[in-house]
Design a protein around this ligand. Structure first.
Ligand code: ADQ
Length: 457
């Protein structure tokens, strides 16, 4: 069988892979063997002009270095101050600077050049996410004819959002270099079709086939999953010592997110404030734990969201707290997976309310962690990709504080029978469409495209 080569922005070098993408790909590579290429993690003044080997894993690992300038322009700049906000519907937070786009092109070309000596003719190459949109096109420029696929973990922008990119036509040029493009949700495939047509005249020739400038592409939806069975076990075996203790008989409501403006954390705080304002009976009966470690510090919008959320949490606690009850606990640091699993299981409500999100794995982790005999309730934004698979959650519009507060109240009151039946429906999809299903489905489609190419050559 041909080798799998995964390329992602970050190469996990620790012993315990964490984070949705990393665990997913770690599993795929462990089962098939192969090579993982990614950024070494910290910018260095004198980057090596070669990939660096990291032996000691079940598969091969090669990293590339970035200079501080490249890291700034390609990663903090074009990736996280242009593509991320625009793909999440926040063009108002984007910083369009031609230096960023140049840096992105330059780093993509450099990664491609460093990769080529390591490639074998029958390798399947699987490129991950928005930081590496351009990698396929750069590899093609260097004559790489292997099957190359891309998977986008975040939303694909609709036409009006795409038009706010500095280079919408170039984005589609980059995409067309791939044999297969995977999206999280139907919504993204629809946006890809509409935006491509609008920006470049790209034609949809079949449900999953697109043509532009003499090139064709297969694009399809592969909703990412979690390692559900191991999560179920971790939640069941989580130590009691790591539970939240209350002085009143409050129930726990939990949110777990990177501190990112796309996750709707201030909106969720305001909805909670609304709930406490409207239903005084719930005072001391519900306690909200928000775990949100900061990311991408140095990007202004991330520093701003931190200040806004800290301010809101302080104000709500100041307004409602009693001697025995703190309405919101706001914690800015990461926790081990098993601690999170135990906290999810303890919670009566899981709050997953992004304003835009590719999938959202926390929604799936929360469901997997529940006790099936007495499960908690998932409140889920209609803007998370996960909603397409999880309509049995309480689905809300996160911009609507009234609706979100009403969902919190109804989750607090919900009968055990209804909680169990909703949970059963949610759990069956989380177990069935797990991470192994995701990578197998994607790689099967990529193999089909490789076989097709071989026939037409
Ligand atoms: P993210 O935006 O990072 O991922 P998400 O899918 O929720 O969002 O994954 C976050 C992961 O980090 C989860 O596994 C969660 O448990 C973990 N995590 C969050 N806070 C943590 C904390 N305090 N401590 C420890 N772990 C924490 C991107 C896209 C998503 C898409 C994923 C995977 O934005 O839409 O679902 O990739 O494709």
């Amino acid at each position: 069988m041909s080798r799998l080569v995964v390329v992602s922005n970050r190469l996990p070098l620790g012993d315990n892979p964490s984070g949705g993408l990393v665990v997913a790909l770690d599993d795929a590579l462990r089962s098939s063997g192969g090579l993982w290429i990614g950024f070494s993690g910290e910018p260095v003044d004198d980057p090596a002009d070669a990939l660096i080997d990291h032996p000691g894993a079940a598969f091969d690992r090669l990293s590339f270095d970035l200079s501080p300038e490249d890291h700034h322009n390609y990663y903090l700049g074009f990736s996280n101050s242009v593509l991320w906000p625009i793909c999440h519907g926040r063009a108002d937070l984007s910083h369009l600077d031609p230096i960023y786009l140049d840096g992105y092109r330059k780093v993509s070309a450099r990664i491609a050049r460093l990769m080529v000596p390591h490639l074998r003719p029958d390798d399947r190459i699987w490129v991950q996410d928005y930081q590496l949109f351009a990698l396929g096109a750069e590899l093609r420029k260097l004559g790489v004819r292997n099957a190359i696929g891309h998977f986008l973990h975040i939303p694909f922008p609709a036409p009006a959002e795409c038009a706010t990119l500095p280079n919408p036509a170039e984005l589609f040029d980059w995409m067309m270099a791939y044999d297969l493009v995977g999206f999280q949700a139907r919504r993204d495939l629809d946006n890809f079709a509409a935006s491509g047509h609008h920006m470049t005249g790209m034609e949809q020739t079949d449900e999953n086939r697109f043509a532009l400038g003499g090139r064709t592409l297969r694009a399809e939806v592969f909703p990412i999953g979690i390692d559900a069975r191991s999560f179920v076990e971790e939640a069941r075996d989580a130590p009691d010592a790591d539970r939240v203790r209350f002085l009143t008989n409050a129930r726990l409501m939990i949110g777990v997110d990177r501190l990112d403006y796309s996750k709707g954390i201030p909106q969720r705080f305001r909805a909670f404030q609304q709930l406490l304002d409207k239903i005084p009976d719930l005072h001391e009966q519900i306690s909200f734990l928000q775990i949100a470690p900061p990311t991408r510090s140095g990007v202004q919008a991330y520093d701003d969201i931190r200040e806004e959320t800290e301010h809101l949490a302080g104000r709500i606690n100041g307004q409602f707290a009693t001697l025995n009850w703190t309405p919101i606990r706001f914690i800015n640091r990461p926790y081990p997976r098993q601690v999170l699993a135990g906290l999810y299981r303890q919670a009566r409500i899981g709050l997953v309310t992004p304003l835009a999100d590719g999938m959202n794995l926390v929604a799936k982790e929360f469901v997997a962690a529940q006790d099936p005999e007495d499960p908690g309730v998932l409140i889920l934004s209609r803007f998370a990709g996960a909603v397409e698979q999880m309509p049995a959650a309480l689905v809300i519009n996160p911009h609507d504080a009234h609706e979100t507060a009403a969902a919190m109240a109804s989750a607090m009151r919900m009968s055990k029978a209804e909680r169990k039946s909703r949970h059963q429906e949610l759990l069956s999809v989380v177990l069935e469409k797990d991470v192994a299903w995701w990578s197998a489905a994607y790689l099967k489609a990529l193999d089909e495209e490789a076989a097709q190419d071989a026939l037409t050559e």
